[in-house]
Design a protein around this ligand. Structure first.
Ligand code: ATP
Ligand code: MG
Ligand code: FE
Length: 336
């Protein structure tokens, strides 16, 4: 079964053709990063307009690279939330138009279900149940994947998402947008134990996270240095900040793995491509005899192949959306 998948929830216009949920025949991503970095972050209105300009071209390329035509497509899957409403609407309208014209089933997909499902693409052996840490630009969730499409959220961030913290700290040390990959790179030259940044724990909620205190501590450290007329080493700030984030992510994840006793642990979302997080998670999982899964970096950040993977299992579970499918900017995981 071939699914044409479309993703436009934020600043990537993406389309993919996915065969039987796990075989990626094409994966085209048109990123708007160069446009938004002029403003230090994503400008929603610009994102929507750019999606409209790019979407047909991206879909055409996805079909071409997969060496198929719309005749060979069996269903259309599209991200319908969460995300920027104007951006989501472009993908949803496009998916509806194609599905209607070609008499194909329409499957609306939750963006985070997509991120989690990215793990299926390169790991044929991975099947639910498993635990997954979702760390992206807008989400930090510890999720128990009970079955395909059945999710239990064990913990979540109380304030900033992990990726958001990376982006804000990167801006403070002058690295620009998007900050995650830049901090990842710079941290390799720094001392992760140089500055003792705080690790937040929330009483009675061992699987929840909080990153806004850490972000403030980094900003205070930088301001403090500047006020005293001292210079600070950006690489040390990056490395120490990153270690504080990774320590908490790994600690809470392993606590959940021990409590829920599942032999498999996966990570997903843009921050899952972070080299320090991948290394620490791998080590922690090995120590506990857990099988560790992570997508390749290209499937960690926003893409449509992951939407095709999630869409396939939604299709098998009977999910079909009507022509009234709408963008839902605050869609909750597990809602249909
Ligand atoms: P969401 O999926 O929650 O709606 P999003 O789609 O904007 O948000 P993703 O595309 O999953 O987020 O991920 C983007 C985030 O990942 C950004 O915050 C970016 O800084 C971060 N990121 C990307 N690569 C890395 C990296 N190597 N290290 C740390 N963070 C990274
Ligand atoms: Mg993005
Ligand atoms: Fe995302």
């Amino acid at each position: 079964m071939n699914i044409l998948a479309i993703e436009s929830s934020c600043d990537e216009t993406a389309a993919a053709v996915v065969h039987n949920g796990r075989e990626v025949c094409s994966n085209i991503i048109s990123s708007q990063i160069d446009l938004h970095k002029l403003y230090g972050g994503v400008v929603p209105e610009i994102a929507s307009r750019k999606h409209i300009e790019k979407i047909n071209q991206v879909i055409e390329e996805a079909l071409k690279e997969a060496e198929v035509t719309l005749e060979d497509i069996d269903a259309v899957a599209v991200t319908y939330g969460p995300g920027l409403v104007g951006a989501l609407l472009v993908g949803v309208a496009e998916a509806k138009a194609i599905a209607y014209a070609r008499h194909l089933p329409l499957i609306g997909v939750h963006h985070i279900e997509g991120h989690i499902s990215a793990n299926y693409i390169e790991h044929p052996d991975l099947e639910p149940p498993f635990l997954c840490l979702v760390v992206s630009g807008g989400h930090t969730h510890l999720v128990c994947v009970r079955d395909y499409g059945t999710y239990e959220i064990l913990g979540r961030t109380r304030d900033d998402a992990a990726g958001e913290a990376y982006d804000k700290v990167a801006r403070a040390i002058g690295l620009g947008y998007p900050g995650g990959p830049k901090i990842d790179r710079l941290a390799k030259e720094g001392d992760p134990d140089a500055i003792p940044f705080p690790r937040a724990h929330i009483a009675d909620a061992p699987f929840d996270f909080s990153f806004s205190g850490l972000k403030s501590a980094v900003l205070n450290y930088i301001n403090g240095c500047q006020m005293k007329g001292e210079t600070f080493r950006p690489a040390d700030v990056a490395a120490s900040f990153q270690k504080a984030v990774v320590d908490v992510l790994v600690e809470h994840s392993m606590k959940a793995a021990e409590e829920y006793g599942m032999g498999r642990f996966a990570i997903a979302g843009g921050v899952a491509s972070n080299s320090a997080l991948r290394e620490s998670m791998k080590k922690a999982c090995e120590e506990r005899n857990l099988k560790f899964y992570h997508p390749s970096p290209i499937f960690c950040t926003d893409n449509a192949a992951m939407i095709g993977a999630a869409g396939y299992y939604e299709y098998l579970a009977g999910t079909r959306h009507g022509w009234d499918l709408n963008a839902v900017p605050n869609l909750k995981l597990g809602e249909r």
